[in-house]
Design a protein around this ligand. Structure first.
Ligand SMILES: O=P(O)(O)OC[C@H]1O[C@H](OP(=O)(O)OP(=O)(O)O)[C@H](O)[C@@H]1O
Ligand SMILES: Nc1nc2[nH]cnc2c(=O)[nH]1
Length: 177
């Protein structure tokens, strides 16, 4: 699903978020019949998407949390991913879904996929609410994608603007300078 393909501001309403997240949950459920997927939230930005996704999932699953940082308060990636918090539980033999809010350069998700592949998951997939393909520096596979957006700095619904605005119930790029 592609949004705001022109030069206008990106606006994704609570209703659009809810609808798309229910579609993603249905697809995850369909792809994991007879399995108990292990969903990993990539903090901080993914916290709201993760919460709504797992509430909509309606199947047995387990959860864990990791934290990475590469932007700090900046609007450009430092290019270096800091692992702030590692997983609590082993993933060996599990059907793992990494859940993030946005894939921009792809550097964070590429780092995580390489880091976790070595721990022997039965499968390792990616769910991301947003993707900015025009900014990609490293290609990463995204099995469950909410919205493709143009190259604009977005915030709200978990994503920050210098750590503020994560609590907005919608995503926007309006008013950004
Ligand atoms: O594809 P990339 O260019 O690597 O960007 C994507 C990453 O950037 C953001 O994290 P950030 O490092 O800003 O930490 P945060 O989630 O705590 O805001 C976002 O949550 C992704 O994890
Ligand atoms: N808040 C925010 N964080 C990001 N991390 C990578 N891209 C973005 C973005 O557009 N907005």
């Amino acid at each position: 699903m592609s949004l705001a393909p022109g030069n206008g501001p990106v606006q994704i309403t609570p209703e659009q978020l809810r609808g798309r997240i229910h579609e993603l949950a249905a697809k995850i459920r369909e792809d994991h019949q007879g399995e108990e997927p292990h969903l990993i939230c990539i903090l901080n930005g993914a916290f709201m998407f993760f919460t709504d996704l797992v509430k909509a999932l309606d199947m047995p699953c387990t959860l864990d949390f990791m934290q990475t940082s590469s932007y700090g308060n900046a609007k450009q990636s430092s290019g270096e991913v800091k692992l702030v918090k590692d997983l609590q539980f082993p993933i060996s033999g599990k059907h793992v879904i990494l859940v993030d809010d946005i894939i921009d350069t792809g550097i964070t998700m590429n780092y995580l996929l390489h880091y976790l592949q070595g721990r022997g998951p039965a499968s390792l997939k990616v769910a991301s609410l947003l993707s900015k393909p025009s900014r990609r520096k490293v290609e990463v596979p995204v099995e469950y994608l909410g919205f493709t957006i143009p190259d604009a700095f977005v915030y709200g619904y978990g994503l920050d603007r210098a750590q503020f605005d994560r609590n907005l119930p919608f995503i926007t790029s309006q008013g950004d300078d």
